[in-house]
Design a binder for this molecule. Structure first.
Ligand code: NZQ
Ligand code: ZN
Length: 381
């Protein structure tokens, strides 16, 4: 194990009725004005908005709405939110949604306390925020684990870049599987694939052979696959949704990453594909992972073989990759670029730009060249 320091800022309330338990317990610590932040309106249709607003009002809070946070949240939306917090004197932010809403709010929180542009500060000066408006996260679609860390992924449309930006970690997170009941099946499975990807990408980073983090990551992967398959039989299986919700959190709360390096090359490629196309994150990963893994299978054969055995009961590295591809097919997740939602036509020229601009992970399991990334992307066409 490499050296590490592990500390965790987010209190988690998991299970049925978690919001009713968490909000009265937590809200007393914060000021009167609460920004209730959400996406395109699912929370209004499924009743979650009304339930949370009533809990906020019962706690004596004044509620300011911040709505319309889009999937793959933009930097412009972050600035809109930060402006609103200043105008309304917001004391606390309650982010209600999937990874997009939570990520947007993390950066709104930090930007609101800064006298400078947070993007320029982080990307230009290499400085990171040390303060933010306190926030909580109510998860309505699981998969990203965004509620369990301070990192956000934001699309800067003018710069044609989708990338990480450090914001504020939620002080508490509400994980009630029932809140995911109305998520469309395809989004549930895309989210679950994202969780699987986080655990695979962590596991494939260099580590000691007997690193405990590998064992935990493999357990999360196996549980994620088992419960994805359970949803194929019954998409409303709340036990499976609950397992996936905690798998999602576990994959991104830092536990799997202690004492080791991580890979996350597939994520770097997908994020930049997202910057150009606005594709769904989990679905972009489902398209990219098999092609990427075909390229690096021999560079981490032992690890892929162990992954095959533990996660899919297969004997060889190739068998494990085939099983991963079969899972993607069985879940009806996209297998080619042409099946992705995209705001523009995906052409070889566009893929060249993605390959030329995405982050390259320097070491794990092997550093790719930009030409190889382009080849991987073309194999996904
Ligand atoms: O906007 P609304 O109307 O709420 O609809 C959303 C959205 O269209 C819908 N949805 C959410 N809860 C629902 C629901 N529909 C019905 N019932 C509910 N209960 O789901 C759609 C997708 O939501 P979104 O938040 O975009 O999905 P996801 O959770 O997959 O988040 C994706 C974003 O997170 C980033 C991704 O890059 C992407 O921008 N990620 C964040 C990470 C992090 N911070 O740690 C790690 C990940 O690797 C990832 O990059
Ligand atoms: Zn992800």
């Amino acid at each position: 194990m490499n050296q590490f320091m592990y500390s965790y800022p987010t209190k988690v309330y998991f299970g049925e009725g978690a919001a009713k338990q968490a909000l009265p317990q937590e809200l007393g610590k914060y000021g009167k004005t609460v920004m209730l932040a959400y996406g395109g309106g699912s929370v209004k249709k499924n009743g979650i908005y009304d339930e949370l607003k009533a809990l906020l009002e019962a706690a004596g809070k004044e509620v300011v709405d911040f709505s319309g946070i889009m999937p793959n949240p933009t930097y412009a939306k972050v600035q809109e939110g930060a402006q609103l917090t200043k105008e309304k004197g917001v004391d606390f932010i309650l982010a209600v949604g999937g990874g997009s809403v939570v990520d947007c709010c993390k950066v709104v929180s930090a930007q609101a306390m800064l006298g400078e542009d947070i993007w320029d500060m982080e990307y230009g000066s290499g400085k990171f925020p040390t303060a933010g408006i306190p926030m909580g996260a109510v998860v309505t679609a699981s998969g990203t684990g965004a509620e369990m860390n301070a990192g956000a992924v934001i699309t800067h449309e003018e710069k044609k870049w989708k990338g990480p930006i450090v914001g504020t970690a939620a002080a508490f997170a509400v994980l009630d599987p029932a809140y995911t009941a109305s998520v469309p099946a395809m989004q549930v499975l895309s989210g679950a694939f994202d969780t699987l990807s986080h655990a695979m990408e962590t596991y494939l980073g260099n580590s000691d052979q007997d690193n405990v983090s590998d064992d935990v990551a493999l357990a999360i992967m196996r549980n994620t696959v088992v419960n994805m398959r359970r949803l194929l039989t019954d998409v409303g299986d709340m036990q499976a949704r609950g397992n996936l919700m905690w798998d999602s959190a576990m994959a991104e709360n830092g536990i799997l990453k202690v004492g080791r390096l991580t890979d996350f090359q597939a994520h770097q490629i997908e994020h930049q594909l997202g910057a150009y196309t606005d594709c769904n994150h989990g679905q972009g990963l489902a398209v990219i992972h098999p092609a990427y893994y075909r390229h690096i299978l021999k560079d981490a054969e032992q690890k892929f073989t162990r992954f095959a055995k533990v996660v899919f009961d297969e004997d060889t590295a190739e068998g494990g990759l085939d099983a991963l591809i079969q899972l993607i097919r069985d879940c009806s997740l996209p297998t080619h670029m042409s099946e992705l939602r995209s705001k523009v036509e995906i052409t070889p020229a566009l893929l060249r730009e993605v390959a030329d601009t995405c982050n390259i992970i320097k070491c794990n399991p092997r550093e790719l060249s930009r030409d190889e990334i382009y080849d991987i992307l073309c194999e996904c066409m």
